[in-house]
Ligand binder design. Structure first.
Ligand SMILES: *Cc1c(COP(=O)(O)O)cnc(C)c1O
Length: 386
């Protein structure tokens, strides 16, 4: 039997996987089970913020392993408290709820928004507006929140109370923000939806309208957060202060952690007993996340932006490329070729890239060395121009 068939023998067939089995890695170089080297331009879908086996992260995680791995949320937790303090100190947020994934962070935001509205205005003001082509997760409720028909199959009945507006269409979005709405939840760059960047005016106008109507403005930064776009959070590019922000992916540097951030207005909504998670904010994951957040400095963001400029300039000059969209190290390349075909050809030549709808998607580690990036881009360019 082929080794990849063997590896998938007892795994539920829910993933259309690329024909690669990664065994180990160092930084932005990965090695498969046969020892073949790959330049990693996807970082495990924006998770390995500082690449594979990052030394400082290993130190932080192993130090915590030697203290305590798990305590349950029945007791106070040092790593959780430190991580929450770090996040709040660097933003306008006041309180944090920790979970284990992006979908859970969004579930928490949805619950909190509905409770905020019910506490203040009573039942019946629970609708949440999201955008068409969005992606918010795979639980039944976050599938409902996801504004793509393809995700509203197989698993019904779905959670009620969502409406979908057209991204970058203010009239349409405003018209959906009716009096029965509790919240508007959006990604500022639609990730899975194809690296679609929302326009500044559109977002600013929505922020204003939400504030006037006391509709909570929730930003899903599961993918865009934690330095990915050249700032700690992408909303900082937009000059807005959301009521709730969710994040996950890069936060744990490779370990599963999700987080929902609450501003002054929403800080007290999740009263004792209203929400919880056994593993949420686990000490090991929190310790890993602290080592990530502490190193998301202005110096690093300058590096991220320099690499971003390099990628945009180099890739948009290529034959067959019609658009390079995105911010920081979250970029989507539209080419004449099928993105999956590009990804598969890159794999053969030792480079891992992602796709998102009609684009080739790049989410390299924030600290990818310039020479490694250049080598990867040279191979990607060759494949695109062929
Ligand atoms: C990946 C992603 C999610 C889901 O995160 P999981 O950790 O897979 O549950 C939600 N929202 C956005 C924007 C994402 O990119």
């Amino acid at each position: 039997m082929n080794i990849l068939d063997e590896l998938s023998q007892n795994i539920a067939p829910s993933y259309a996987r690329f024909p690669v089995a990664i065994a180990r890695g160092r930084g932005s170089l990965l090695y498969d089970i046969d020892g073949k080297e790959y330049i990693d331009l996807g970082s495990g879908i924006a998770v390995n913020a500082f690449g594979a086996c990052d030394e400082e992260w290993i130190k932080a995680v192993t130090a915590q392993l030697g203290q305590i791995a798990h305590t349950s949320n029945l007791y106070y937790s040092l790593p959780q408290a430190r991580l929450a303090r770090l996040l709040c100190a660097r933003t306008h947020f006041k309180k944090v709820f920790f979970s284990n994934s992006g979908a859970e962070a969004n579930e928490c935001a949805i619950k909190a928004a509905r409770k905020y509205s019910a506490d203040k205005y009573g039942e019946g003001r629970s609708r949440i507006v999201t955008l068409k082509n969005s992606f918010h997760g795979r639980t039944i409720t976050t599938l409902s929140a996801t504004g793509q028909d393809g995700f509203h199959k197989h698993f019904g009945p779905f959670t009620e109370g969502f409406a979908y507006a057209e991204a970058n269409n203010y009239e349409d979005t405003a018209s959906k923000l009716s009096d029965d709405c509790a919240a508007l939840m959006i990604e500022l760059i639609q990730g899975e939806g194809g690296i679609n960047v929302l326009e500044k005016d559109y977002v600013a106008n929505l922020a204003k309208m939400c504030k006037e109507k006391d509709i909570l403005f929730i930003i899903d930064e599961v993918q865009t957060g934690n330095g990915r776009t050249g700032k700690l959070f992408c909303y900082e590019h937009y000059g807005i202060e959301p009521d709730i922000v969710t994040t996950a992916k890069g936060l744990g540097g490779g370990l599963p952690i999700g987080c929902t951030l609450f501003n002054e207005k929403t800080a007290e909504v999740l009263a004792p007993g209203t929400h919880g998670s056994t593993f949420g904010g686990n000490p090991i994951c929190a310790a890993g996340a602290i080592s990530i957040i502490e190193r998301l400095t202005d110096e690093l963001f300058a590096e991220v932006n320099k690499k971003s400029e390099y990628l945009k300039t180099t890739l948009s000059a290529l034959k067959n490329v019609t658009q390079v969209a995105g911010m920081g190290l979250m970029l989507g390349i539209k080419t004449a070729k099928d993105p999956k075909e590009v990804a598969n050809e890159c794999i053969k030549k030792g480079v891992l890239v992602l796709t998102a709808k009609d684009k080739v998607r790049l989410l390299p580690a924030l600290n990818i060395p310039f020479d490694v990036l250049k080598k990867g881009v040279a191979i990607l360019s060759e494949v695109i121009e062929q």
